[in-house]
Design a protein around this ligand. Structure first.
Ligand SMILES: *[C@@H]1O[C@H](CO)[C@@H](O)[C@H](O)[C@H]1NC(C)=O
Ligand SMILES: *[C@@H]1O[C@H](CO)[C@@H](O)[C@H](O)[C@H]1NC(C)=O
Ligand SMILES: *[C@@H]1O[C@H](CO)[C@@H](O)[C@H](O)[C@H]1NC(C)=O
Ligand SMILES: *[C@@H]1O[C@H](CO)[C@@H](O)[C@H](O)[C@H]1NC(C)=O
Ligand SMILES: *[C@@H]1O[C@H](CO)[C@@H](O)[C@H](O)[C@H]1NC(C)=O
Ligand SMILES: *[C@@H]1O[C@H](CO)[C@@H](O)[C@H](O)[C@H]1NC(C)=O
Length: 628
């Protein structure tokens, strides 16, 4: 018995040795802790230092790199550098001071630095220069980047990622305390924005319906994620952002197949992210739930890519009090992006900073962005309260007055339905005419493009079984199959509306791009608790304010204008909810609207939204005590 056992044992040993010699070990980087802060350090060295510090093999030292033309880098310059780095970067900290490495750009010989109190090295050889900032150094002097790890405390990400030296993405092999995924962000000091790279170092999250080469796409469905291989291509929208220098840090949650879902019962496969505003238990809306919640919650994230077919960028922007845009339909290719209805699908961005949003939209939409800075002098205000009474209504009124004064414009309150009745040749009210258009287009297209191939591929692998699908997409697909309405008839109605809209409401204008601006609000001024039980989902019938840009194909930008108080049933305390206004213009005038938003910001009429519990003050996100 024991002999046999030994023989088997030896065989196993030999086999394992043989396998091991064949296996390629991949270094995926390391995680370290420095003064209680977690970092990820990617495996590829980015530079090399000559030093005579005693460093043991396997030991790491911290290095701060600074580039200067000052012949003598003294204590005053050192402390100025430390203040700048602290202000500009969330990754650098004083702990990166085992070694100070000075890159000297002046012409003279570099003086020695004996009075700095830190071990200092220097070089004048520019071909050895690395970007300024924090690094980890090995015993051989190899320099590795420092990426700070944050915890996704509001659960907005589906997968977090890192990019290797060749630019390939893989899942981030790191974790940190906080019961959620860790996100790794490189030092902001490594990047300099240029004309070619206007998004250099800008940290971006991407809704998980956009393919990124080598990463899996879930579309918010677990079975889908596991069924299909990683994407073999990155679509042009995301590639454009990468080419402009953006740093993609992860994929963000979408409600399933980008259908609007509500917390919490609708979100079966994945849990809805937490809206950081107010009591922290408000619905994030959707379908770009992850993009909206993450941009509202995290200072370390600058921008998120979402999609808007029926409000999916705008609603998360509205309830989270950040900027978000639905572009003119057709501005950018949606190749390698999951589709709802090609007639309505668009890709938009969510951000806190108006200037960054404009720059990033310019990158995304390229020559179709049409920046112009001469603005319309007519404003249509749609369904605003005529006699503002509550604090929230007064905020809206102040914003209307401020934008009207800034543009020296004339404002008219209109009802779209009235204008439709009096100017269109169609006698059916808008609400009825376009009632079925959205549910028919999205469901019948998704049946064809998503459901059928998905069920077929899944069934082939699992003995004819059907994959799990959340209640909302399921009920919509069921409706799409049952209804006698058709894509062609509904798409024709949409086209009729679009022609009417550009003749009667927002017309192209040679000097101001659009003859008017159209303003509306979708703020409800009441909480939408995520712990509320709802009726079973029904198809998204109807025509609402949000539908105007959907069917007219016009740009629609959400702008936060402040917040109002409410009594929270969760905290039993007064909390705040965001108030937003949407600005629309004629098709093709995206660049004009976003230039206007940037100017309103310079005038103090629009403010940068803060990350945290409050749009205006930032402040703590309840539950979470600190990040990191
Ligand atoms: C600068 O560094 C490069 C790369 O190591 C080396 O090839 C070159 O000779 C150096 N130049 C000078 C002037 O030392
Ligand atoms: C990616 O896969 C698709 C589908 O198999 C194929 O048509 C396409 O050519 C592939 N693209 C690349 C870049 O390999
Ligand atoms: C339109 O509505 C706004 C906002 O309530 C109000 O301030 C303004 O007086 C109204 N204008 C007209 C012409 O009724
Ligand atoms: C929209 O369609 C639904 C379903 O057919 C119907 O119940 C509802 O009354 C319609 N609404 C309007 C305004 O036509
Ligand atoms: C909040 O609590 C009050 C009092 O208990 C109740 O009347 C109200 O319906 C609650 N609101 C929501 C949205 O749950
Ligand atoms: C926007 O720019 C494109 C490309 O230059 C042009 O075809 C289009 O007419 C412009 N649209 C507007 C509204 O100016």
């Amino acid at each position: 018995m024991s002999k046999i056992f030994c023989v088997v044992c030896r065989c196993v040993l030999l086999l394992s040795v043989a396998l091991r010699s064949l296996a390629a070990v991949t270094n995926t980087g390391i995680t370290v802790q420095l003064n209680g802060v977690y970092y990820y350090s990617p495996p590829h060295a980015v530079g090399q230092l000559a030093h005579d510090l005693p460093v043991q093999p396997g030991e790491l030292k911290t290095v701060t790199v600074v580039t200067t033309a000052a012949t003598s880098f003294d204590n005053a310059l050192l402390s100025a550098m430390q203040s700048t780095y602290t202000a500009e970067d969330d990754v650098w900290q004083k702990g990166f001071s085992d070694l100070l490495h000075i890159q000297y750009t002046g012409a003279e010989t570099l003086a020695t630095h004996t009075n700095l109190g830190v071990f200092t090295t220097a070089t004048q050889n520019q071909s050895l220069f690395v970007p300024n900032g924090p690094y980890f150094m090995s015993s051989t002097g190899a320099l590795y980047e420092a990426h700070r790890l944050y915890t996704d405390s509001i659960g907005a990400f589906t997968e977090t990622v890192t990019q290797d030296a060749q630019g390939s993405f893989s899942v981030l092999p790191a974790n940190s305390p906080g019961q959620n995924l860790a996100i790794a962000v490189p030092s902001r000091l490594y990047y300099t924005k240029t004309a070619d790279k206007p998004l250099a170092g800008v940290r971006v999250g991407v809704k998980d319906i956009f393919d990124i080469k080598d990463l899996k796409t879930s579309n918010g469905n677990r079975a889908w994620y596991h069924l299909y291989p990683p994407a073999n291509e990155t679509g042009p929208a995301i590639q454009g952002l990468l080419d402009a220098g953006a740093i993609i840090v992860g994929k963000l949650k979408t409600s399933q197949f980008a259908n609007g879902e509500r917390a919490t019962a609708d979100w079966v496969d994945y849990h809805e992210p937490f809206n950081p505003r107010g009591d922290g238990y408000q619905d994030t809306s959707g379908s770009s739930a992850g993009p909206g919640a993450a941009v509202a919650a995290y200072d370390f994230l600058d921008l998120a890519v979402g999609s808007d077919t029926g409000g999916s960028v705008r609603e998360p922007a509205q309830v989270q009090g950040i900027l978000g845009n639905r572009p003119t339909h057709g501005l950018i290719s949606l190749d390698k992006v999951m589709t709802m209805a090609p007639e309505l699908d668009t890709a938009g961005l969510l951000a806190r900073d108006p200037s960054l949003l404009k720059t990033a939209c310019h990158v995304l939409y390229k020559q179709n962005f049409n920046i112009s800075t001469t603005y319309p002098k007519q404003i249509l205000a749609l369904d605003f309260p005529t006699t503002p009474q509550t604090a929230g209504e007064k905020l809206l009124d102040e914003f209307l007055k401020a934008i009207t004064a800034f543009l020296n414009a004339k404002i008219t309150n209109i009802s779209l339905e009235h204008v439709w009745q009096s100017t269109s040749r169609i006698s059916t009210p808008l609400k009825e005419y376009l009632n079925l258009t959205y549910p028919v287009l999205i469901s019948q297209h998704q049946i064809q493009n998503i459901r059928d191939p998905f069920y077929r591929d899944y069934g082939k692998l699992h003995d004819g079984r059907i994959p799990f699908v959340d209640p909302v997409p399921l009920s919509r697909w069921k409706y799409g199959e049952a209804t006698t309405a058709t894509i062609s008839a509904e798409a024709a109605k949409k086209e009729n509306f679009k022609s009417w809209f550009e003749t009667e409401i927002l017309k192209p204008d040679p000097s101001t791009c659009s003859d008017k601006l159209l303003l509306y609000t979708n703020t409800k001024f009441k909480p939408a608790y995520r712990n509320k039980y709802h009726e079973s989902p029904t198809p998204p019938f109807g025509f609402e304010l949000l539908s105007i840009s959907i069917f007219s194909g016009t740009p629609d930008v959400v702008v936060p204008v402040g917040e109002t108080e409410f009594w929270s049933n969760v905290t039993e305390h007064v909390e705040v909810l965001p108030v937003t206004v949407d600005i629309m213009a004629a098709r093709g005038c995206d660049g004009m609207v976003l230039s206007l938003v940037e100017e309103l910001y310079r005038e103090g009429i629009v403010k940068v939204a803060r990350a945290g519990g409050s749009v205006s003050n930032g402040g703590e996100i309840l539950v979470r005590r600190s990040e990191g």
